[in-house]
Design a protein around this ligand. Structure first.
Ligand SMILES: Nc1ncnc2c1ncn2[C@@H]1O[C@H](COP(=O)(O)OP(=O)(O)OP(=O)(O)O)[C@@H](O)[C@H]1O
Ligand SMILES: [Mg+2]
Length: 312
């Protein structure tokens, strides 16, 4: 049955391992066709949540529906419509890329177009290469291709780019863009803020089993991060008064630097014009926009961690 509603609905989900509340009463919805990024520190409960949605683990309480089906009641139907790249994916060492894809297609009982899958993940040139000869990035791309053999509507990717070099990471991002262009819903677990910022429509941040924020990357940044800052380096101390007279609040940062919270590009022009008018020398400047990393660090900071850092 085609799905017209949300791809995933998680309602008051709890998953306990003994006394450990790995997932503690979380609720969220993943829209069809969106890239939903799940961020959180190690042990926050990301994989556990994904594994409950994937039907692998049984929830302690709460409900999860995938494409309108309760995951505890329709496991077989749900797994036919999802694809999964598990965290730390590995495959048969001596089996080639093509053989792996053909084998998993048989396992899933589907007639996959193996060449098309290799094209989508840019693996054609490695079709005859055994798994143990592939680089980390190629292995992950094979993992994504395997997750796609049944042409699923939802693809779960648990840390697909962890440990990869920047080139390999960018290649995976291209694959993810391809999935989105094909209308797939992508549930992406990642530790890379840049990845979430670039690819995700919605970001959920989870800490100690609870969702602490959820929105588009732009809205999260707008709501939780600090303002854009203009940093001026090697500048005379008299600049503080000048910039203040324009209505800004410059903060001296040491090494003859000033940090000025600003709102618009015009603020930069006004400040630079005033410095020039006063004939002050300026060593350099940098404009830093707030980013998701700031939001993440702010929202997932625990008192215990701060205390440890202070004590060290
Ligand atoms: N099978 C299990 N049995 C007992 N405890 C578990 C099990 N799997 C996970 N946990 C615990 O549940 C909590 C959440 O783990 P989970 O793997 O879901 O976190 P994560 O956010 O995916 O972390 P990471 O970023 O390190 O992958 C952790 O405290 C972990 O030790
Ligand atoms: Mg995990």
């Amino acid at each position: 049955m085609p799905n017209t509603g949300p791809a995933i609905v998680v309602d008051k989900l709890c998953k306990y391992y003994g006394a450990n509340k790995a997932v503690d009463n979380i609720s969220f919805t993943v829209k069809s066709g969106e890239v939903f990024a799940f961020l959180g520190p190690n042990g926050a409960g990301k994989s556990t949540t994904a594994e409950v949605i994937e039907t692998i683990r049984v929830p302690t309480s709460g409900t999860v529906t995938v494409l309108g089906m309760d995951v505890t009641k329709h496991k077989a139907k749900v797994v036919r419509r999802i694809g999964v790249l598990p965290q730390n994916f590995s495959s048969f060492d001596r089996i080639t890329v093509r053989e792996s894809l053909q084998y998993f297609a048989r396992v899933f009982g589907c007639r996959a177009d193996v060449d098309a899958l290799m094209d989508l993940t840019d693996l054609r040139h490695k079709s005859g290469a055994p798994f143990n000869t592939l680089s980390g990035g190629l292995k992950q791309r094979l993992g994504i291709a395997i997750a796609l053999v049944s042409d699923p509507e939802i693809v779960f990717l648990d840390e697909p780019t962890t440990g990869l070099d920047p080139h390999a990471r960018h290649q995976i991002w291209d694959v993810l863009r391809g999935l989105k262009a094909r209308g797939k819903t992508v549930f992406l677990t990642t530790h890379y803020m840049e990845e979430a910022e670039l690819l995700a429509d919605t970001v959920a941040i989870i800490a100690s089993g609870r969702i602490v924020a959820m929105d588009s990357p732009a809205k999260l940044t707008e709501e939780h991060a600090e303002q854009t800052r203009l940093t001026l380096t090697s500048i005379d101390a008299t600049a503080v008064g000048l910039i203040r007279s324009l209505g800004f609040s410059p903060i001296p940062k040491g090494n003859d630097s000033l940090s000025v919270p600003i709102k618009t590009p015009d603020d930069v022009r006004r400040i630079l014009a005033e410095i020039e008018r006063a004939g002050l020398a300026l060593g350099g400047l940098d404009v830093r926009k707030p980013n998701l990393e700031e939001v993440f660090l702010k929202l997932t900071k625990t008192p215990a961690v701060s205390a440890q850092v202070r004590a060290a």
